[in-house]
Design a protein around this ligand. Structure first.
Ligand SMILES: [Zn+2]
Length: 460
């Protein structure tokens, strides 16, 4: 008897191993070919094997609907897993610098042929997201693509410092940077990004012109940053917009003043440490989303004497930072439909859209009642497809009546069986089984009490 829990644990592990090593690996290995080349019957074979493994692992009966099965098993469908893998492969292949076969296939539409699906990987990645528009993947700058006149300044403070310390550190840093600007004229570009709880992005920028110590605000803007922005991509959108506004001003200024002896200085202020860190890194290893900022800095660097990228701490009472923060928040409210999505945000969103919550039943919570039989019955109760329920047995033609044996006229479903039936009140009371709004919630919260209840009813 004492061997039983050991065997059941082994079996769980074995099934998991079978899924991961045989079914999943062959699916993921073939992800590249899965959509273009595999026959539909081949695909169905793999899907069926995968679903059967999940059924064995959870103890769910064959009639359990797939959506319920995936929910109970805490696993997405094989299709979802492979789509995600195909999306990743597509991401890599599209960044090939020469027209490799993979890149060619991705960029072209696959013609509809016999036994073939019509979707390319790129389209698959797009299917998962609420928008069809993506930014084209930028090509990497070469390793020697440094911006000679760029300096990066990091305010000397930590996030945990009290606001007044961070504020004075920021002011000191900005003072130091201003003193480095030797030209009579300079431009300050303040930028910030913002993301709502729903993941919508906004960006804001503010351009200040400083002539012989006189400061004046020249222009500002709030822009949308996409329906699936990350805080990083919102910051990037803001920096690119701010730099491009400044570049327009500089180009216009150059044509007007012929007698201008020298080019102005430029100070770009951001509260995003990840932005300053990525721009400071090796250009060749830059993430695709940083490249637009790098390109914008490179482009404007021709028009100025020096560029200073300054990191200041956010929310420390710095007036212009707060102002640009409000502009960014306003940017999230602007219609986003036309905004094309950057790579990183897209990848994050695909992952989020295809992520699955863990299994509802935590078998560890079963304690000394942890047996394979108990976990199978609990999983079955959650799906409603369970041989303990007359309602279910009647549906599959295995019982004459769907009604509860104790309550004539009442259909016996999982809710009635666990929480309502007066005929089982004694066991329910002894097992301290609390009433719950759903079976899944009860299994997630108190699986031990349910197992104890089943045991007292002599059903385990
Ligand atoms: Zn009853």
């Amino acid at each position: 008897m004492s061997l039983l829990p050991v065997i059941s644990k082994l079996l769980e592990k074995l099934v998991q191993k079978a899924i991961n090593q045989y079914v999943l690996s062959s699916g993921l290995y073939g992800a590249a070919a899965y959509y273009g080349l595999t026959t539909n019957s081949g695909k169905r074979l793999l899907e069926t094997a995968y679903n059967q493994c999940l059924r064995v692992a959870t103890g769910c009966v064959p009639s359990t609907p797939l959506t319920k099965l995936y929910e109970v098993a805490g696993a997405p469908s094989l299709h979802t897993k492979i789509t995600r893998q195909a999306g990743n492969l597509a991401n890599i292949a599209l960044r090939h610098s020469t027209p490799t076969p993979a890149r060619t296939v991705l960029s072209a539409r696959v013609p509809q042929r016999i036994r073939q699906d019509k979707t390319t990987w790129q389209q698959l990645a797009q299917e998962t997201l609420p928008t069809q528009q993506f930014l084209p993947l930028p090509s990497r700058p070469p390793p020697w693509a440094k911006v000679e006149n760029l300096t990066i300044h990091i305010t000397d403070c930590s996030r945990d410092d009290p606001p007044h310390v961070r504020l004075s550190a920021a002011l000191e840093c900005l003072d130091k940077v201003s003193s480095l600007c030797a030209q009579s004229q300079s431009y300050e570009v303040w930028t910030d990004g913002s993301v709502t709880d729903e993941g919508t992005g906004g960006s804001g920028y503010l351009v200040i012109k400083v002539t012989d110590g006189q400061r004046s605000e020249v222009c500002s803007g709030s822009d949308p940053a996409g329906v699936v922005a990350t805080s990083f991509t919102a910051e990037v959108t803001a920096a690119v917009a701010g730099l491009s506004a400044a570049e327009d001003l500089l180009t216009a200024g150059l044509t007007n003043t012929d007698g201008q002896p020298s080019l102005p200085d430029l100070i770009l202020v951001t509260d995003s440490r990840s932005l300053t860190d990525s721009v400071a890194g090796d250009p060749y290893r830059m993430s695709p989303d940083t490249i637009p900022v790098f390109e914008a800095i490179k482009s404007i660097s021709q028009l100025v004497t020096s560029i200073h990228l300054v990191w200041v701490s956010s929310h420390c009472g710095l007036f212009l930072n707060d102002k640009v923060d409000r502009l960014a928040a306003a940017g999230t409210q602007v219609p986003q439909g036309h905004v094309r999505l950057p790579v990183q945000a897209t990848k994050t969103a695909v992952r989020k859209a295809t992520r699955y919550p863990p299994p509802l039943l935590d078998t560890k919570k079963l304690g000394d009642l942890r047996t394979r039989k108990a976990s199978c019955k609990l999983n079955q109760l959650m799906t409603g497809h369970c041989s303990l329920l007359n309602g279910y047995l009647h549906r599959i033609g295995a019982a004459h009546s769907p009604h509860c044996v104790f309550c004539p006229g009442v259909v016996e479903d999982a809710m009635h069986f666990l929480f309502d039936c007066p005929g089982r009140a004694q066991s329910r009371h002894s097992a301290a089984l609390q009433s719950s709004s759903s079976v899944s919630q009860a299994v997630a919260e108190s699986p031990y009490n349910i197992a104890r209840f089943l045991q007292l009813e002599k059903l385990l």
